[in-house]
Design a protein around this ligand. Structure first.
Ligand SMILES: NC(=O)c1ccc[n+]([C@@H]2O[C@H](COP(=O)([O-])OP(=O)(O)OC[C@H]3O[C@@H](n4cnc5c(N)ncnc54)[C@H](OP(=O)(O)O)[C@@H]3O)[C@@H](O)[C@H]2O)c1
Length: 299
């Protein structure tokens, strides 16, 4: 994918966007939203631009002169990162640093995507944007390294947007898996002791675009749905929306599904920073799932 479009008849300043990781779940939805808005966007998949290739990153950013870079490229295999932390760091830590350095050299603003996994995940109230980070997984450590590089190199023009529990029309995700299991007539056991915020990638894309246009202060923003639930609560709501018997979704504890990377018990994110940007947080996960589920099911 490599789109480039001039907006037709757009009023006001024209931003030139560059999206890395444009072939991923979020990257694809972001590019769809930018195309829909008639923005000028260069969408680069991993095949187009490997963010660990310093010369390529520098040449691309300095050559294209974007106003805004959105870094959606990441190593996102949470469990595999436990045994391959160096490789995950190469993308999430060093790669993010290279993108930030190129933005600094080229005078571009950067929106860098990050994760709830930078927190320990054992809170009993939503994590604020400024709360202490203390990741418990290799993935979380590498993502935190990326955040720190962006904050260090772009103190006046770097935005860190943390999201979590993403689902969307592209790529594997929990909502897609549940739709498949429901259609297959299965009874499913789903963990009920991990709390988070199911978030539609289209909503994150919309907030990334709004943030870029807002002139908001640089810093950390949390792009997750409002409210909270568990994976069990989410699965039941999916079955209900599909018209299925919700008794086919049964609650279990995390012990039933041991994973190489420990999953956070509570990683709900607070949304206070959006007020400084004049942007409302993403609405509740339940009403957004009503729309997002239809998009995933139709894909
Ligand atoms: N999905 C979630 O639930 C979730 C939760 C919290 C935060 N996030 C964050 O949100 C962002 C987007 O995630 P996503 O869900 O869209 O992940 P995704 O679907 O895995 O997309 C990531 C993209 O990055 C690409 N990539 C990997 N290494 C690269 C490299 N060296 N250079 C360039 N591109 C590279 C991948 O390409 P290949 O597929 O070819 O490897 C993939 O297209 C990431 O920063 C992630 O950490 C996601």
């Amino acid at each position: 994918m490599n789109i480039e479009k001039r907006p037709r008849g757009a009023a006001g300043p024209i931003n030139r966007w560059l999206v890395t990781g444009a072939g991923g779940m979020l990257g694809q939805d972001l590019v769809t939203c930018l195309e829909r808005d008639g923005e000028t966007a260069l969408a680069l998949t991993r095949a187009d631009l490997d963010i660990t290739d310093q010369a390529a990153v520098t040449a691309t950013v300095l050559g294209c002169r974007p106003d805004i870079v959105v870094n959606c490229a990441a190593w996102t295999a949470v469990d595999e990162a436990e045994a391959h932390e160096d490789e995950a760091f190469e993308v999430n830590g060093r790669g993010a640093r290279l993108v930030a350095a190129a933005c600094a050299a080229g005078g571009a603003r950067l929106i860098h995507m990050s994760t709830d996994y930078v927190f320990p995940g054992d809170a009993c109230r939503p994590y604020a944007e400024h709360d202490r980070c203390a990741p418990r997984t290799a993935y979380g450590r590498t993502k935190l390294a990326g955040e720190r590089a962006v904050a260090e190199l772009l103190p006046g023009s770097g935005y860190i947007v943390r999201t979590a529990w993403l689902y969307g029309a592209h790529g594997p995700n929990f909502v897609r898996t549940m739709i498949g299991l429901e259609r297959g007539g299965k009874v499913v056991d789903v963990v009920d002791d991990q709390h988070g915020q199911p978030t539609w990638a289209m909503d994150v894309a919309g907030h990334v675009i709004a943030l870029a246009r807002s002139g908001a202060p640089p810093g950390v923003y949390h792009a997750t749905s409002s409210g909270e639930t568990t994976w069990f609560g989410l699965a039941r709501e999916i079955f209900r929306l599909l018209g299925a018997d919700i008794a086919r979704v049964r609650p279990v504890t995390s012990d039933a599904y041991p994973r190489p990377a420990p999953r956070p018990g509570y990683s709900v994110l607070g949304h206070d920073a959006w007020a400084s940007a004049g942007i409302k947080p993403i609405p509740g996960w339940r009403p957004r799932l009503d729309r997002g589920l239809r998009a995933v099911a139709a894909a």
